[in-house]
Structure formats: C-alpha cells, structure tokens
Ligand binder design. Structure first.
Ligand SMILES: Nc1ncnc2c1ncn2[C@@H]1O[C@H](COP(=O)(O)OP(=O)(O)OP(=O)(O)O)[C@@H](O)[C@H]1O
Ligand SMILES: [Mg+2]
Length: 261
C-alpha cells in the first residue's frame, strides 16, 4: 500500500505559484501600461485583500513595472492607497523580485508592464536567440519571459506602426519560448469606425498570421488617456454611460484573462 501523504506533502508551500500575466510589445505607445494597470485593477477588485481598510494587509494581485523609468509608479502613486485594489512593485530592472513574488503565498496574480524593447540594446545581435541583447534591461525582460503564464500583445487598428513590432514581438520573443499569448486589440476608435471595417481588418491581420486575439477589443476613450493624470483606474470611473462602456472593456478583458490562466 502506498504511504498516506500528509497534507503538507500534498500541498507543500513551495508548490504555490502566482500566475503571471505580462504585456509585451516592442513598440511604445500601443497600450501596455494602460492595459496592465486596468486589468490589474479589475483582477484586484475580484481578489480583495483580507482587510481592505488596512493598507499593510497584502493584496492578492500585484501590478509590477520592470522598466528602468518606473512609469507604473507614477500612475499608481496618484491613486489614493485606500482606492488601489492591488499592490504594486517597480523593480527598475532589479532581478529576483518578481520570482520572489511568484512564490509568495499571499499573491495570486501578477500583472507585469514591460518597456518597449526596440531601444534596450542598440548593439543587439538580431540573429541571436532573441533580439534583446545584453544589459540589465534585457536580463529583466528575460526573467519575466521565463515566468510568464500568459503574454498579451497590444495592437492598435489603423496604426500600422504598431503592427510589424507586434509581429516581431510574437515571432522573436514569444513563439520561440512557447509562451501562450493573445493579441489585445487596443485603442480602437469605435466612434469613427461605425461599420467595424478597421476592427475587422485588424482581426483579419491576426487570423492571417495565426495569432489568437482577445474577444473584446478595448475601445478608445478619452477617460483612459486622462486616467493616469487623475489617479484613476477603471474601477473608480463614474457610473455614467460612457464611463461604464469604457470600464466594460476591461471587465471583459480581465474575465477572458482568468479563463486562460
Ligand atoms: N484604449 C485607450 N483609449 C484611449 N487612450 C489610450 C488607450 N490605450 C492607450 N491610450 C493612450 O495611448 C498612449 C500610449 O499608451 P500606453 O502608455 O499605455 O502605451 P505603452 O505601450 O505603455 O507605451 P510605452 O512602451 O512607451 O510605455 C497613452 O497616452 C494612453 O493614455
Ligand atoms: Mg508603458
């Protein structure tokens, strides 16, 4: 008869592993930070800390920024601590912090915002195993790539400057490592694209390459563009018609994320 396992050996603490959702896109400006903060906010609302009134009580959702500028922090610091539904860390390229978080038993989800990587190492050998080159920023990216459970690649309809870099991101960073990925059609101007022709073109672009995309596109709303300055995430948007529609996209996106991890 096999030995009866104690609960400790069935669920040793070392088995805990938070899920890591990371936004990657070689080109800046497609929406990595906007999408990362708002997905983290919705996931955080659904996974509240044990005592939301105690700012020292850890949140199960952590938003992490790994860029050297720490741009995530600029946004998160403007949101009053009591209204922030996630903890955040800004590693500024330091290694080891995200792996520690992944093993932290109080953490369930880590949403990572990465920098555009076109400028990480201008001397990089583009034929090498990946195009990141050398240096601390490249090492920080590789650390995150190794930990990522789901990669999300934002891409903007009509803005063709985001398209080739999205393809490059998938082909050079994600597919060679076998990382599960989804494209996120972001900043779609649904107000002018009434016939959805631009949206359909973007979906077709993904289909042609065999790139799966999230079912919900994130529409373009001024509210999203103003939110970092105002210290808001979607969960604090007002309960008005437009704000509800703007928020809805991120609720659907976060729901789809949960279904994939
Ligand atoms: N859905 C949206 N609606 C309105 N504005 C948006 C939307 N998504 C992104 N933006 C705006 O587009 C700009 C670029 O977005 P963001 O900073 O998130 O991109 P990024 O990929 O993080 O860029 P970088 O690589 O430079 O950090 C910002 O001004 C942001 O407010
Ligand atoms: Mg950014």
């Amino acid at each position: 008869m096999p030995p009866v396992q104690s609960p400790e050996t069935e669920h040793p603490e070392t088995e805990h592993r938070a899920k890591v959702i990371t936004f990657f896109q070689q080109k800046g400006g497609a929406g990595k930070s906007t999408d990362a903060v708002n997905v983290a906010a919705v996931l955080g609302e659904n996974n509240p800390s044990a005592d939301p009134d105690d700012p020292d009580c850890p949140c199960p959702v952590v938003a992490a920024g790994i860029d050297l500028q720490g741009s995530l922090e600029k946004w998160a610091r403007k949101v009053p601590a009591k209204r922030l539904p996630f903890d955040y860390v800004v590693t500024r390229g330091r290694l080891g912090e995200i792996p520690d978080l992944v093993r932290d038993p109080s953490v369930r989800r880590i949403v990572v915002d990465t920098p555009g990587f076109a400028d990480i190492d201008p001397e990089a050998d583009l034929d090498a195993i990946d195009p990141l080159g050398k240096g601390p920023a490249a090492e920080a990216m590789r650390e995150i790539l190794d930990l990522t459970d789901l990669a999300l690649v934002p891409i903007v309809p009509v803005e063709t400057l985001t398209h080739d870099p999205a393809e490059y991101t998938v082909e050079r960073l994600l597919r060679p490592r076998g990382i599960k990925f989804r494209m996120v059609i972001n900043n779609w101007d649904s107000g002018t694209d009434r016939t959805k022709a631009d949206l359909k073109d973007m979906q077709e672009w993904c289909n042609k390459r065999g790139y799966p995309y999230m079912p919900q596109a994130v529409r373009r709303y001024k509210l999203h563009a103003k939110a970092p300055e105002q210290g808001l995430t979607v969960i604090q948007y007002p309960e008005s018609g437009t704000a509800l529609r703007a928020r809805e996209d991120f609720y659907k996106l976060a729901l789809a994320v949960e279904g994939l991890i």
